[in-house]
Design a protein around this ligand. Sequence first.
Ligand code: SF4
Length: 248
Amino acid sequence: MTLDIIEESKRLEDSGAGEILDWTFEHFDASKVKMSTSFGADGMALLHMMHSRGHRPKIFTIDTGRLFQETYNVWQKVIDQYGVKIEVYGPDPADLHELVESGGPNMFYQSVENRRKCCEIRKVRPLNKALQDTDVWITALRRDQAPSRATTPILSHSSQYDLLKVCPLVNWSEVNAWEYIRNNGIPYNELHDKGYPTIGCSPCCRPVPPASDRRAGRWWWESGDDKECGIHIEDGKIVRKKKANFVI
Ligand code: SF4
């Protein structure tokens, strides 16, 4: 069967997040579907929703080597509470050695170029490994998280990773995510209670005041509203050949 991804994506705009997940597993084999998580609030809500609806894709995370202890704590809770296996990907030791030896452990503060290099080695390359032999990548992106995410489709063909990217929470707000978490007793990263709206690597995240831009704490020393680590940017680079079972 061939799916017209643009048309299906438009049709799913009227569906809830759970229905989008159901659509995904009706059309694709769960063994070829992967969900990424960094154990943030949205990811935890999505993981719980998927689990409670009986969907069992592979779940993976990227351990950059610079995460908060609180992130490891909630990661452990996910394993204990849901009984799921979390695949772990991380930077190549040789790449990391060269990065730290040439620039120092805090080289990312020195320039945007250095920061992007660190994200490339610690996040983007491991993600490329994680998504090998995968047809569908489920992520917890929301449109209101950042201007760079405002037009994120529910379904899209990722030319960067050559797969179908599914974002069931695009129409959620931060309030929706927290209502779902509290109503369902879902574990979450305790740093959210300490003023961190989003959580990534410890040297590159800090708390923000309640009324401010929710991503202002990410790479706070940089300016501009397009701050991304590179894993959700389509650069047009074709890494592998396009899958045959959907069209764009
Ligand atoms: S968020 Fe910071 S520490 Fe983490 S990979 Fe990017 S630059 Fe490196």
